[in-house]
Write a protein that binds this ligand. Structure first.
Ligand SMILES: NC(=O)C1=CN([C@@H]2O[C@H](COP(=O)(O)OP(=O)(O)OC[C@H]3O[C@@H](n4cnc5c(N)ncnc54)[C@H](O)[C@@H]3O)[C@@H](O)[C@H]2O)C=CC1
Ligand SMILES: CC(C)CC(=O)C(=O)O
Ligand SMILES: [Mg+2]
Length: 363
């Protein structure tokens, strides 16, 4: 039966990078007989401009009725003056919550061709293969109460609430332990249990599940400040990192620098029923509209979609191999450019990956 893909380009560079991933998917549909259909809808700022809200019901329904969602990025300076409740980012958070996409898998692997593109020394980054398992529907991004209130003395006070239930911690812990079993069998759980009760509970629950259900997986714990430091000092010590929403958000942006650029990191946001695929970066307003954004993270997100939601692991591998071949050819968007390579724009990079896929697909 035909598989439906909801395509939500969003804002800033979103439409530019999603267009390149759509080229790849359209090739699989039109020339390789993959039984998929794509339908596009606005989300974030684009949706606010079109309908007044960041997650219109029609977009939500499209996502709920799809087999997988491909998302670009949302947000930008244009919508920053709006109240938080109706900002573009709330559209994305709403989508993650409504689809119950509690597990965000953010693999950070270094392509050997890009070792020199990392600001870190080659001997530190070569060979890194980290999977950040970020909880995506809880924590301080969703906790109530939240807001800014006026105090009797006339000054203002802002507050957000970090919340995790035992069940929320348990289900993400299982995802991390299971993922580790297919890798180096090491999980590092990152928290701030020395200060925050919520994450003390996190540590207890992860420890209990590890001991009870995954004795074959080595479990360690690290405070988030140390983890941020260790990622730079000795990144190869990590296999799977499991952590909450806000820590995972921050640490995965940091991990992207090990790989050369945030434009290289894909992600899969998974729940029991749905899957959404998005690069880890934002809408990059500073380079939007210039045709220079790196589309690789989005194309690799489409590969993850083929693997996790569309049961097409071979095409996922072929796309990943095509990216590698284009890097071998020396093509680079500006964010990963180094002397001796050829600088290309977003569309040229997408075209080159498609051309490499055509060759690989025939072979
Ligand atoms: N998943 C999402 O939709 C996310 C949305 N945002 C939103 O995006 C907007 C901008 O946020 P920032 O903090 O600037 O983060 P950002 O990730 O958009 O950009 C950070 C830096 O990385 C660069 N960059 C990002 N993606 C790139 C790519 N594919 N190729 C080359 N360079 C790339 C940007 O040019 C910028 O210098 C904000 O409105 C923010 O709320 C931020 C993070 C995630
Ligand atoms: C809601 C998003 C802006 C949060 C974010 O930065 C991310 O998911 O990477
Ligand atoms: Mg982020």
């Amino acid at each position: 039966m035909s598989k439906k893909i909801a395509v939500l380009p969003g804002d800033g560079i979103g439409p530019e990078i999603v267009a390149e991933a759509v080229k790849v998917l359209a090739y699989l549909r039109d020339e390789q007989g993959l039984d998929i259909s794509m339908a596009e809808a606005p989300v974030g700022g684009a949706a606010i401009d079109a309908t007044g809200v960041p997650l219109p019901d029609s977009t939500l329904q499209l996502a709920l009725n799809a087999d997988a969602v491909l998302l670009g990025a949302v947000g930008g300076p244009k919508w920053e003056p709006l109240p938080h409740a109706v900002r573009p980012e709330r559209g994305l958070l709403g989508l993650r919550k409504r689809l119950d996409l509690f597990a965000n898998l953010r693999p950070a692997t270094v392509y050997p061709q890009l070792v020199a593109a990392s600001p870190l020394k080659p001997e530190l980054v070569s060979g890194i293969d980290i999977l950040v398992v970020r909880e995506l529907t809880g924590d301080i991004y969703f906790g109530e109460p939240r807001g800014v209130e006026r105090l009797p003395d006339g000054s203002r006070r802002g507050y957000n609430t970090m919340v995790y239930s035992e069940a929320e911690i348990a289900r993400i812990a299982h995802v991390a332990f299971k993922a580790a079993r297919g890798r180096q069998k090491k999980v590092c759980s990152v928290d701030k249990a020395n200060v925050l009760e919520t994450t003390e509970l996190w540590r207890e629950v992860v420890t209990e599940i590890g001991r009870r259900d995954y004795p074959d997986v080595e479990l360690s714990h690290m405070y988030v400040d140390n983890a941020a430091m260790q990622l730079i000092r000795w990144p190869r010590q990590f296999d799977v990192i499991v952590t909450g929403n806000i820590f995972g958000d921050i640490l995965s942006d940091e991990a992207s620098q090990l790989t050369g650029s945030i434009g290289m990191l894909p992600s899969a946001s998974l729940g029991d029923k749905y899957g959404m695929y998005e690069p880890i970066h934002g809408s990059a307003p500073d380079i939007a509209g210039q045709g220079i954004a790196n589309p690789i993270a989005t194309i690799l997100s489409a590969a993850m979609m083929l693997r996790y939601s569309l049961n097409e692991p071979v095409w996922a591998e072929r796309i990943e191999a095509a990216v590698s071949r284009v890097l071998d050819q020396g093509l680079r968007t500006p964010d990963i450019y180094a002397e001796g390579t050829r600088k290309v724009g977003t569309a040229e990079m997408g075209d080159a990956i498609l051309a490499a896929l055509r060759q690989g697909g025939q072979g």
